[in-house]
Design a protein around this ligand. Structure first.
Ligand code: AMP
Length: 495
């Protein structure tokens, strides 16, 4: 097994790694760091949780330890799709570069230009930015990119989802041709492939197994939700969520509740709070300091329930949670895998519970097709008759192939429709009628770009090309399970 000392990182970087308590490099680090130190372009196909951030920050710090930045001319550039991810990368630099004199600036929305300008004026070694904000600075004439020697694109697939690809292409055209490029994406959609073919030069390709997994340790269930009356749908659905949370008792240590719409994130968080639950929302319309506070609180175990949208939560390094609730079935089946992957990490038990209302059934079919199994139907937690309990827990995979999930779900759907769809209030509390504003009628096709600093998305998802082959083996980190995964989050934080 590779040791950090085999990687030839600078001694000061090595010291910071030791102090961080890392014992062995993760697979992406073992493979990407030597190539990056040789000055080669790297194409890393990996997602959060694999240690990918250190796989580019560590060699960058080693390389940048020599030399100095000139005013307004950063020596390296890291592009991240969201403010949170950019801030996370910046934290990584702080950790690993603490024994090296490097200056850095973080250019993200929600922070004044003036402060950022002052930093750039002094000269920065590492500039970490969201694409929109970077171009804003460039267009204001405050920034020159002609001295960039290393450029990193992190979470390129997310950039594609958020419509950032034209910005990325523009930024590539502004940095020197001779730069080194380190490019990371969780998946290789054709559009991403095109970008890498155009802008990377003979890259060293490193692919680590997807962590996206409907892990066997995650206990999954779905509540086929039917409101007693159409005009009560929104409040009864929130009531069902509370009943589902209550039913978990002390087994629920912390949870993320995912909603498809930003408006629901707010409404659900407010409603939970009103009923005495320790909950707070996170989405892109909240101001930066509030988002940071909420996330820090959740990471530190001070906040029990985080209500989140996909875009705000994805890619964030949050500790494993005991429960994930899907207030809605996500409109893209892959997001279901990402959402529930927040729990059941590193072989620990976890629970993922989804609420499926009639209009979500098509999405549920897609999820079950991707999982190649049917999710267990849960009894109504509010105490009414079970929605449908006769669905098998795990469908025979062979049968799943012969018979598409859609058909199987339809039959279970008609079964559940024939049951009384009453959701009487189980949890005591204030009258629901006092609940916040009603839910909008139809879900967004895709969560709107959130931390996007300037433009609306262009071109969407590249023809749905993020789709995953049905036969793809989902194997986490493969046979290799690095020690850091087995360590608890608290241990890692305190080390
Ligand atoms: P990332 O995939 O970059 O988001 O990293 C996931 C988590 O793993 C972060 O909390 C890192 O601090 C941690 N980490 C990264 N590399 C290692 C390593 N070699 N050993 C232990 N922990 C690591």
């Amino acid at each position: 097994m590779t040791k950090f000392s085999d990687l030839k990182l600078g001694p000061k970087v090595q010291k910071a790694i030791d102090e961080a308590g890392y014992e062995t490099p993760t697979p992406i680090q073992a493979q990407a760091i030597p190539a990056a130190l040789e000055g080669r372009d790297v194409l890393g196909i990996a997602q959060t949780g694999t240690g990918k951030t250190a796989s580019f920050t560590l060699p960058m710090i080693t390389q940048l330890a020599r030399g100095r930045a000139k005013a307004r001319m950063p020596r390296s550039l890291v592009l991240a799709p969201t403010r949170e991810l950019a801030a996370q990368v910046a934290e990584n630099f702080d950790t690993y570069a603490k024994h090296v004199k490097l200056t850095k600036a973080l250019l993200i929305g929600g922070v004044s230009f003036k402060e950022q300008d002052q930093l750039i004026d002094k000269g920065v070694d590492v500039l970490i930015a969201t694409p929109g904000r970077l171009l804003d600075h460039f267009e204001r004439g405050k920034l020159l990119l002609t001295d960039v020697k290393i450029m990193v694109v992190d979470e390129a697939d997310r950039m594609l989802d958020m419509g950032f690809i034209p910005d990325i292409e523009r930024i590539f055209s502004l940095v020197p041709f001779t730069r080194q490029t380190l490019f990371f994406s969780a998946t290789m959609a054709p559009e991403i492939e095109r970008i890498t073919n155009t802008f990377l030069s003979n890259p060293h390709r490193v692919e680590v197994a997807r962590q996206a997994t409907a892990s066997e340790t995650i206990d999954q269930g779905v509540l086929m939700f039917r409101a007693s009356r159409r005009d009560r749908q929104a409040s009864e659905k929130r009531n069902a969520l509370r009943a589902l949370i209550d039913a978990e008792g002390d087994g629920l240590t912390n949870a993320i509740v995912f909603c498809n719409r930003k408006t629901d994130v707010d409404i659900v968080a407010k409603s939970l709070k009103k009923y005495g639950y320790d909950a707070a929302p996170i989405h892109g319309d909240l101001d930066q300091s509030q988002r940071t506070r909420t996330l820090d609180g959740f990471r530190a175990g001070e906040l029990r329930i985080l209500v989140a949208s996909d875009v705000a939560a994805r890619g964030l390094d949050v500790p494993s949670v005991s429960h994930v609730f899907n207030f809605d079935v996500p409109s893209h089946a892959e997001d279901y895998i990402h959402r529930i992957g927040r729990t059941g990490r590193a072989g620990r038990a976890g629970k993922a519970i989804t609420i499926c209302q009639t209009s979500d059934e098509r999405n549920l079919d897609d999820v079950e097709r991707l999982l190649e199994k049917q999710i267990a139907r849960l009894a109504d937690p509010t105490g009414s008759a079970p929605a449908s309990t006769d669905a098998p827990e795990i469908a025979d995979p062979a049968e799943a192939e012969a018979k598409p999930a859609r058909n199987r779900s339809r039959s279970s759907r008609s079964r559940s429709r024939s049951t009384p769809a009453d959701t009487t209030v189980a949890a005591p509390g204030p009258a629901e009628s006092a609940d916040p504003a009603p839910t909008p009628p139809e879900p967004e096709a895709r969560p709107a770009p959130e931390q996007h600093d300037r433009r609306p998305p262009s071109g969407g998802r590249g023809g749905g090309s993020r789709g995953r082959g049905q036969n793809d083996q989902v194997i986490g980190m493969g046979d290799h399970l690095p020690g850091f995964i087995e360590k608890s989050f608290e241990e890692r934080m305190s080390s």
